[in-house]
Structure formats: structure tokens, C-alpha cells
Design a protein around this ligand. Structure first.
Ligand code: ZN
Length: 253
């Protein structure tokens, strides 16, 4: 099932099928019942928003060995975590605003996990019970500021630095999916989720041993090799098998 969030006088969660977008007026995070109401709207008439408004976005650094190497880093022995603020979220189709403070803004295509149930000290074997579904993310990074500051907050946190979507796929095995990033149609990243150093089970067990994960929270699972800079006017696409394509453009203000 594909779950999206659509703009309107009141933003609404909705379910997407071959007939279009069906509003879910009674959708509540943590409540598994999905009850559509009213007539469907054609997908091309719906303005999609980021499919979730998380309380927190937990991101994982260096979770693909080839990407750790391309930035001259060791492969970590435990997941390296950082946070992106919810204010960095960007809708599918929205503009990534490249700040004047940075001369190098990179794309990072990533599989995002959306939490469905409160999770604390989760046993890795039961990880899937706590997951609502999966979507595409772009962990946009001001690489120069990340290096300069040592810690990641500024370089990862500008407004529009977390494109997310286009929707959440709830029925998906994420263990071996192709994940591809294109800039202006040209292939830049072409990895598989099976290449993750720490798989979703290990990530949810590890993160939930530190902080309680709430329904709607998002985990960005790291990026494959091939990251690179964006230029003014570029179109960047993150495509993951079984989910779809998240498309945004970059703008230098
Ligand atoms: Zn990343």
C-alpha cells in the first residue's frame, strides 16, 4: 500500500492506488486502520507533501563501505548517528535552496524508514513490527560546512535539506533493493540496500537503545557511493525499487 500526504486547506494523509488518491480523514499515526473516504483524486491533480511530519529525523553516517571510503573515512564498528531537524523537510517537487554560506551542496540518495509504533529497546528480530513503511530521501549536505565544523549539525540542517517522498510503501522487503540517484538524468549513485553495513534491524535495535522512536519518526539509512555536488537548476532524482522516484531541483538563491 502506498500512503501519501496531500496539500489542501488542511493537509491530509491519503492512500494511492491505480484509481488515484483517496483521502484518509481518520488517519492516526500508531493506528493501523486505513479507511478511505470520498471519491479519488487523480494523482496529477494532487499536490504531494513530504509524506510524514516526523518529530525527529535520525540519520546514519557511513553506512555503505564504498561511500565511507570515497570520503576518506573508516567503516564504523557501530552506527554513526546524527539528527536532521524536521524544519529541513522538503516536499516532492520542491526546490533545494542552496545557502550562500556553502560553496558545495551535495546530494545523498537514501532509503528512509518510517516508524509506525513507539519503539524503545527493540529486539532486532522484531524490528519490522515497529516500521510503518519505507520512502525515498535525499540527505542534502553542505559538505564544506560539515568538514569545517567537525560535527554535522549545520551542514545537514538547512531548510529544504531533507527532501522526502513521494509516498510511503508499507509492504516492502528492504533487504536488497536497487537505490539510484540521477542528476539531470545522468546516473550518479547506483547501489543496493544489501550493501548497508548496518541493516534496518540492527539500526532500529541500536537507535531505540538510545532514544525512544515515536510513530512518524524517520530514519535515514545512509547513502551509497557516488555522492557529488549540485548546481543551480539541477534536477536530482532518488529512485528506489518498489517505492518510486523522489524528484527535486536545486536553486542557488
Ligand atoms: Zn547521508
Amino acid at each position: 500500500m502506498k500512503i501519501c500526504r496531500i496539500d489542501g486547506p488542511v493537509p491530509r494523509m491519503a492512500v494511492l492506488d491505480e484509481r488515484g488518491v483517496h483521502r484518509l480523514p481518520d488517519f492516526h499515526w500508531g493506528d493501523p486502520s486505513i479507511v478511505p473516504a470520498g471519491d479519488p483524486m487523480p494523482l496529477d491533480e494532487a499536490k504531494l507533501l513530504a509524506p510524514v511530519t516526523p518529530g525527529k529525523i535520525v540519520a546514519v553516517g557511513r553506512n555503505y563501505a564504498e561511500h565511507a571510503k570515497e570520503l576518506g573515512n573508516e567503516v564504523p564498528s557501530e552506527p554513526i548517528l546524527f539528527l536532521k531537524p524536521p524544519s529541513s523537510l522538503l516536499a516532492p517537487g520542491g526546490a533545494i535552496e542552496m545557502p550562500a554560506a556553502s560553496s558545495r551542496v551535495d546530494f545523498e540518495g537514501e532509503l528512509a524508514i518510517v516508524i509506525g509504533r513507539r519503539a524503545k529497546n527493540v529486539d532486532a528480530a522484531r524490528w519490522r513490527e515497529f516500521v510503518f513503511g519505507f520512502t525515498c530521501a535525499n540527505d542534502v549536505t553542505a559538505r564544506d560546512l560539515q568538514k569545517k565544523d567537525v560535527q554535522f549539525t549545520r551542514g545537514k540542517s538547512f531548510d529544504t535539506f531533507c527532501p522526502l517522498g513521494p509516498w510511503i510503501e508499507t509492504d516492502l522487503d528492504p533487504s536488497d533493493l536497487a537505490i539510484r540517484t540521477r542528476v539531470n538524468g545522468e546516473s550518479k549513485q547506483d547501489g543496493r540496500t544489501s550493501q548497508m553495513v548496518f541493516q534496518p534491524a540492527a539500526l532500529i535495535a541500536f537507535i531505540s537503545s538510545i532514544m525512544t522512536l515515536e510513530p512518524g519518526d524517520v530514519i535515514l539509512t545512509g547513502t551509497p557511493s557516488g555522492i557529488g555536488p549540485l548546481a543551480d537548476g539541477d534536477t536530482v532524482e532518488v529512485e528506489i525499487d518498489g517505492i518510486g522516484t523522489l524528484r527535486n531541483h536545486a536553486r542557488r538563491s
